[in-house]
Design a protein around this ligand. Structure first.
Ligand code: NAD
Length: 293
């Protein structure tokens, strides 16, 4: 059994996987690999799968499977798993950090100090207390964000096609109702046909003036040029994003737009989460080895 670590994982993982077979991080050996472990960087598309004839199992350490051609893998008899439950707390904490940092001017205040400016009069903060948070996509991560924001005294509303069933969250029937109600919006959907480009100029026009948005879902859920325009004319007071059209972004209009908080896809990257992801991977590889005996 050859196990290929194609992206970055916790340093303990190779040793933990060694009892199941040979472990390598040499990507040139994908043609021989039986198991490939990826995060968001490696794209397991048609071409990748065709070049890996021995592949039996792909494990995506993390949640989003938009970098894997799941249907083609199935057609080829390759099993695909993610580690869905591991990352929720890590991503939720980063989302809350963004929701706190924007209205508190953490980045501007800090940059001012470094540049020798005392922006005490210029920077007026806004509280989360008694404001409405709108969660678009209220699954595992969205519900963890809800819990934390409820503790700050926020009213939490959400739009999700699936039932939410959580007494701290008011589920709204339409996303338009969320746009009308929310002072802060967090995007926690996967990238699927119904979410691709959903935050465009028309959606932004339905939001409150001065809304704050945080995106830890997927970059392509927003139309970056429309968000940059709304930041420029003040319709959006702040936009924080951890996710991009590509990692790293090329030519994004958000870089250089005002009132942004831009992060390099750090949502899942806590030390604790990398260990949790490792635990699930060891379990999945162990089960796979047992089944293939
Ligand atoms: P989840 O499947 O538990 O929740 C996603 C929710 O989105 C589901 O409840 C689903 O019904 C809902 N949804 C689907 N289409 C929708 C639509 N059109 N409008 C509103 N809601 C819709 O997944 P999760 O674990 O909460 O993760 C959510 C997403 O977060 C992942 O798919 C991934 O893209 C992203 N993510 C990002 C990072 C990061 O590093 N920033 C890490 C992990 C996950």
């Amino acid at each position: 059994m050859l196990i290929l670590l194609s992206d970055a994982f916790d340093a303990s993982l190779p040793d933990r996987l060694a009892p199941f077979g040979e472990v390598t991080d040499d990507k040139a050996r994908r043609g021989d690999a039986n198991v490939v472990l990826i995060r968001s960087k490696t794209r397991v598309d048609r071409e990748y799968l065709d070049a890996a004839p021995n592949l039996e199992l792909v494990i995506r350490g993390g949640v989003g499977l938009d970098n894997v051609d799941v249907d083609y893998a199935k057609e080829k008899g390759v099993r695909v798993h993610n580690t869905a439950a591991a990352s929720s707390v890590a991503v939720a904490e980063l989302t809350v950090a963004m929701l706190l940092a924007m209205p508190n001017h953490v980045v501007r205040g800090h940059n001012g100090m470094v540049e020798g400016q005392w922006l005490k009069k210029e920077l007026k903060r806004t509280e989360l207390f008694k404001k409405t948070l709108g969660i678009i996509g209220c699954g595992r991560i969205g519900r963890e964000v809800a819990k934390r924001c409820a503790a700050f005294g926020m009213r939490v509303v959400a739009f999700d096609p699936m039932p939410i069933d959580d007494p701290t969250i008011e589920q709204l029937d339409t996303v338009d109702a969320l746009y009308a109600a929310a002072d802060y919006i967090t995007i926690n959907t996967p990238l699927v046909d119904s979410t691709r480009g959903m935050i465009d100029a028309a959606a932004i026009a339905k939001m409150k003036d001065g809304v704050f948005l945080a995106n830890t879902g997927r970059g392509q859920v927003v139309v970056e040029a429309d968000v940059a325009q709304a930041l420029g004319d003040g319709k959006i007071a702040g936009f924080a994003t951890d996710v991009w059209y590509s990692d790293p972004p090329e030519d994004s209009p958000l870089i250089g737009a005002p009132n942004t908080l831009l992060l390099p896809h750090l949502g899942a990257s806590t030390n604790e989460n990398l260990l949790r992801i490792g635990d699930i991977i060891v379990e999945l590889v162990g089960e796979h080895v047992k089944e293939s005996r």
